[in-house]
Design a protein around this ligand. Structure first.
Ligand code: F0G
Length: 464
């Protein structure tokens, strides 16, 4: 019997060893900054942002052990010890045969789809992340999103809203034919659908369908540890399993993965591609040499590989994951209490606001998500990101006609180990102010845009 009393408060399981100042600005200053940036928050300089919730990608804090690992970095061009430590750490957790370093996740995607896809192919996923979709489409292939129906219902409390609809998967394979589907992906957690996890049961069910048709399964593993922790919390038979063993089981059903180490790798830059297939690995490494670098560094410095090797082990720490999930939950619960319609339950890395439900006076093509994210910046210097029709709206290249996205979300992403609770309390206070004036928020129009990934560079103007 344990005499230790456990307390309910979930604390940051670390202390602050090094700090970076952030700068307050006035509303008048922020108005000018916005005009200069054509109302695109991606074009704002970081010194003009107080709390940056644009992304959890590469924006987190590294641990003292990771900084120590940086000093150990071996910068040999070929066969560095850093690569050996990187490979060993990934094999220990993920278990794949071939580990190919890349400078970030999308480089792994580009190599994977270049090697596996051809014009006219179809790639199913629960929901493709934007760079994943763009890389599939760049090969002339079609990216199909097959998330379960609950994944589109922001108010459903279904515990695994990232799951793939297995019936739809089977139907797709039967309709287009197995030969048109070179691989199937599962994004864990499902970022574009609210950071929602995929259950082990669903992974197994998807795998069973794929075995029947001999189609390989790949994970987009960016937030694999958060997904595994949700499995531990929400899938009864895994309650007493370690997160590491859950990850190992998840990975055992896959033939490979792409990984953005900027998320659950706990680093500022890096990624990798894994496969169990010898022939594919050879083709992938050939392409890697062409665009990223030699296979033992792949576009990264030796020190980056070392930081990833340590980060991947640290992310499995269950005190860390408990705090990580609690932070998103705290923010989500408070926003919901104010009246914000949020994607329920909050995901692992972010809280998503349903801007369509919050601003019913704006049409989807007036970009309610853009309107809300601009207002959060104006009101309190908080930078968020629109994940709606700006990011996923489809523009017909001949007619110029635009189809809105399924959902109009604003994401408040939480960088790992970066903000304290009072930062989050400030965000909540600003959000309360914005909520009270929600009826006054105006729509936006796009005045200039590129063909691919327009949200990064498009120009906007508020509608009068
Ligand atoms: N897959 C997922 C699920 C992602 O969330 C991201 C990046 C990538 C792939 C691409 O990885 O950035 O290293 O090239 N997501 C970031 C975000 C950008 O803000 O959610 P990358």
């Amino acid at each position: 019997m344990s005499f230790e009393k456990t307390f309910r408060t979930v604390i940051e399981p670390f202390i602050i060893k090094s700090i970076e100042p952030i700068r307050m600005t006035t509303r008048a200053e922020r108005e000018k900054v916005l005009q200069k940036a054509d109302y695109n928050l991606f074009k704002i300089n970081s010194q003009d942002v107080l709390i940056d919730l644009l992304t959890d990608s590469g924006t987190g804090a590294m641990s003292s052990e990771q900084w120590a690992a940086i000093m150990r970095g071996d910068e040999s061009y070929a066969g560095s010890q850093s690569f050996q430590r990187f490979e060993k750490s990934i094999k220990d957790i993920f278990g794949f045969k071939h580990i190919i370093p890349t400078h970030q996740g999308r480089a792994a995607e580009r190599i994977l789809f270049s090697v596996m896809c051809k014009n006219g192919d179809v790639v199913p996923n629960n929901i493709h992340f934007d760079t994943t979709r763009a890389n599939v489409e760049f090969q002339g292939a079609v990216a199909e999103d097959l998330v379960i129906i609950e994944g589109h219902n922001t108010q459903s409390y279904f515990p695994f809203k990232g799951n793939m609809d297995v019936k739809k998967l089977k139907k797709l394979i039967q309709t287009v034919g197995r030969d048109k589907i070179p691989l199937c992906m599962l994004t864990i957690t499902n970022n574009s659908g609210g950071g929602q996890p995929v259950s082990m049961e669903n992974i197994k069910a998807v795998k069973n369908v794929l075995i029947e048709f001999d189609i390989p399964l790949y994970f987009d593993a960016a937030r694999f540890a958060e997904n595994a922790y949700f499995i531990k919390l929400r899938e009864k038979e895994y309650a007493s399993h370690s997160v590491k063993s859950i990850v190992q089981e998840m990975m055992s059903y896959a033939d490979g993965c792409t990984m953005s180490a900027k998320k659950d790798g706990m680093v500022n830059i890096g990624g990798f591609l894994c496969t169990n297939d010898d022939l594919l690995a050879k083709q992938e490494k050939d392409l890697l040499i062409l665009t990223e670098g030699f296979p033992t560094y792949g576009g990264l410095a030796g020190r980056d590989l070392d930081a990833i090797a340590v980060g991947l082990q640290e992310v499995l720490n269950e005190d860390y994951l408990r705090y990580r999930i609690a932070e998103a939950q705290y923010l989500g619960e408070h926003l919901a209490k104010i009246g914000y319609p949020i994607v329920q339950p909050p995901g692992g890395h972010a809280v998503y606001i349903d801007a369509k439900a919050m601003l019913p006076h704006l049409k989807p093509l007036e970009y309610p998500g853009q309107s809300l994210s601009v207002e959060l910046y104006l009101a309190g210097g908080i930078r968020t990101v629109e994940i709606g029709s700006v990011m996923f709206g489809k523009v017909d290249q001949t007619t110029g006609e635009e189809t809105p996205a399924e959902m109009e979300l604003v994401r408040l992403a939480l960088p790992r180990r970066t903000h304290t609770q009072s930062h989050i309390d400030y965000v909540i206070e600003v959000a309360r102010d914005v909520f009270e004036k929600r009826q006054e928020l105006t729509g936006y129009k796009i005045t200039e845009q590129p063909r691919y990934l327009r949200h990064f560079t498009a120009n906007f103007e508020p509608k009068k």
